[in-house]
Design a protein around this ligand. Structure first.
Ligand SMILES: [Zn+2]
Length: 334
């Protein structure tokens, strides 16, 4: 059985090392080099290749490894992972121009073990490689613990996660240490970022970049949206389209505020803080969006404090929104 363990991880320098499971040489792979942060683009690229049966080169497995602790990743990374799971091919602009890689197999979703989902976080809040490293079993590599090694006893494991220490310098793995094998997707990503950077403001949402992006198709979109700049552009463009190029200020405001009911904290923050949007956003919606963002961020004390500071006119604007009204009743007037 095979599992891709996908999540954030780091380790405590002071904690003892743990022994890799028996047969680790062929069964345990870390995508990140020791002590380094795994850039998302490398993690997702290697995952894309490996899940399709393309042989990948990973750092050599070691007998003794730090006792990594795992944390959940954000929903955009999960989207990218699942988007890859359903792809059969990828078009990209590589070193030799426009190319397509066709994946031999599609990813078996059963093999995806995302920290916080398929790999649950126990009530202690921590998942480690091994949570009983000095026991006779674990110390010889026959893990029977409730850590990742014990939970996935007998599996071959690919860790798509970082390996940096929690304290001190955090080195980021660089693409060159992966011998060009992640070039395919990273080249396309770089090409997209270059196009975006070159796009004049006037044609930001309907110029060369936009045209290129639209032609990429939805499957590719989810893959590349895990890059923050591209994600931002997509969300701004949605708002731009929805509001007749920001000209319909009322619709723009409603669109932004509606992100609250979608639970899209990231999107709400991007939209309400964008210099492209702020000049077009009616004050009423700016106030509501600001207050809704505090709610989505669960900053309830700050919400109450801010509310109390406001003059009646602003309070009335806040109370106009049903969710905010409820929050005021619940948090401020409790
Ligand atoms: Zn163990």
């Amino acid at each position: 059985m095979h599992a891709y363990i996908i999540g954030h991880s780091e380790y405590n320098r002071a904690a003892p090392l743990v022994r890799s499971p028996q047969g680790f040489e062929d069964r345990i792979r870390f995508y990140s080099t020791p002590d380094q942060v795994l850039p998302r683009v490398i993690g997702v690229s290697l995952l894309a290749l490996s899940t399709r049966g393309v042989p990948i080169i990973t750092p050599e497995s070691e007998l003794m490894v730090p006792n990594y602790e795992f944390f959940p990743i954000d929903s955009r990374d999960i989207d990218a992972v699942y988007a890859l799971a359903h792809r059969r091919s990828l078009d990209f602009t590589g070193r030799n121009g426009r190319e397509t890689i066709t994946f031999p197999d599609s990813l078996d979703p059963q093999q995806v073990h995302i920290v916080g989902a398929q790999l649950p976080i126990p009530s202690s809040g921590i998942v480690q490689l091994c949570d009983n490293p000095s026991s006779p079993e674990c110390s010889t590599g026959s893990h029977n613990c409730t850590g990742v090694f014990g939970t996935y006893k007998g599996y071959s494991l690919d860790f798509v996660s970082c390996r940096a220490p929690s304290e001190g310098e955090r080195l980021v793995a660089d693409l060159s240490s992966y011998g060009g094998q992640v070039g395919d997707i990273t080249d396309e990503m770089q090409h997209l970022l270059d196009l975006l950077a070159k796009e004049p403001k006037e044609t930001l949402f309907d110029g060369t970049f936009a045209k290129y992006w639209d032609e990429l198709g939805q499957g590719n979109h989810a893959v590349f949206k895990y890059h923050t700049e591209i994600f931002k552009w997509c969300e701004l463009r949605h708002a731009w389209t929805a509001s007749n190029k920001f000209a319909d200020r009322e619709t723009l405001g409603k669109y932004i505020v509606s992100q609250y009911s979608e639970g899209s904290k990231d999107v709400l923050s991007i939209l309400m803080s964008s210099p492209l949007i702020i000049p077009h956003l009616p004050q009423k919606y700016y106030i509501q969006a600001y207050a809704l963002e505090l709610l989505l961020s669960r900053k309830y004390d700050e919400f109450a404090e801010e509310y109390k500071k406001q003059p009646t006119s602003v309070r009335n604007i806040i109370l106009e929104h049903p969710a905010l009204k409820e929050a005021v009743n619940f948090i401020v007037r409790k």
